[in-house]
Write a new protein. Structure first.
Lengths: 163, 178
């Protein structure tokens, strides 16, 4: 297993906006923001040994239960992306966390993605507690991330304010 | 505000909810867990939003004629059941609220043959001026169509999964702190 990244937030994932992610409005399509964010989730899970090898070896899987995205600014083809990740909460089988996507060179916030992720037993495809090797790592990261301010976009409710 | 759009309006559907969009889970949408990946639920829902916008008269030709665009501001998905490659999808769409430049939509995705609810998507879409790429009021024709849809949707019950705020259940959090 890789050395645990003690940075808070986790600041490891980088990507580039692909040509096929662009829609007829000339910017990254809403679905592909989530493609990019989901890769950052893989990077998070890698920290506690529940990423590709976890599924490839038929040990377990992780499923997203719920996701909330705010689209803050447009990004275009070829733009570099930097995604940071903060754990907000966790329990025996879930992690509640948030990704922030920045334009990699201009630095502006492009989008946020709040997620609830659940550990899944490979055989039954049902929820199961995090494996014993994962839990201490999750707890260590969560403790470090708990010192960060809560992102203002966390816990949002969608609605039109009545005037 | 745009008064007329330089193309013909499609026939208006005002059923409540709107139940017109159908799609299929493409093989390239399936991830290493053997099911439709989370991002492609969002893509599939975005196409359902596209169908709603088309019904308002704001489909592809709205952009191609350089009249305007629509941007999603925010979206919330609940993943309720897995969908495998090739699964047929049926979408229903309820208009929850609207103002002069935004629509607040609620989509439900069903497995079209087995009937189960696969996911829900609450989303906010804004009208955008083509030249400035900034928010603008709906074109008059689109606003009229929106009012006709609102008239049939405003009395629908609010979906149970609308207006969700994410978090772990209190019981689970209490347990963890013991």
């Amino acid at each position: 297993m890789i050395d645990l990244d003690l940075g808070a937030p986790l600041d490891r994932h980088r990507a580039t906006v692909q040509k096929e992610w662009i829609d007829w409005n000339g910017h990254m399509n809403v679905g592909y923001y989530v493609v990019a964010f989901d890769k950052a989730t893989d990077v998070l899970c890698e920290q506690f040994g529940c990423s590709w090898d976890y599924t490839r070896l038929k040990i377990g899987m992780t499923f997203v239960l719920e996701a909330h995205v705010t689209y803050d600014r447009e990004v275009k083809e070829g733009d570099p992306l930097r995604i940071t990740t903060q754990i907000l909460d966790h329990d025996a089988k879930r992690i509640h966390y948030m990704h922030l996507m920045y334009h990699g060179s201009e630095g502006y916030l492009a989008a946020t993605n709040e997620l609830m992720l659940m550990n899944i037993d490979y055989e039954s495809r049902r929820s199961a507690p995090w494996p014993e090797w994962a839990m201490p790592r999750i707890e260590k990261m969560a403790a470090l991330h708990a010192k960060l301010p809560r992102p203002e976009q966390a816990g949002r409710l969608i609605g039109i304010k009545r005037k | 505000m745009l008064v007329t759009l330089p193309y013909e309006m499609p026939e208006l559907v005002t059923t409540a909810p709107i139940d017109i969009h159908r799609s299929t889970v493409l093989p390239e949408w399936v991830d290493w867990n053997g099911h439709m990946n989370v991002a492609f639920y969002v893509l599939a829902f975005d196409q359902a939003s596209g169908a709603f916008m088309r019904n308002m008269g704001l489909g592809r030709n709205y952009v191609d004629s350089k009249s305007g665009m629509t941007f999603v501001l925010e979206t919330h998905v609940t993943y309720d059941r897995e969908m495998r490659g090739g699964a047929p999808m049926r979408f229903t769409t309820q208009l929850l609220a609207r103002d002069t430049k935004r629509v607040h939509l609620f989509h439900e995705m069903f497995h079209a043959e087995q009937g189960y609810l696969a996911a829900t998507n609450e989303t906010m879409v804004m009208n955008i001026d083509y030249a400035t790429r900034r928010s603008a009021s709906w074109p008059v024709q689109a606003a009229e169509r929106l009012e006709a849809i609102w008239a049939t949707h405003k009395d629908l019950p609010r979906p149970a999964k609308a207006g969700r705020v994410m978090g772990l259940p209190l019981s689970s959090r209490a347990q963890r702190r013991i």
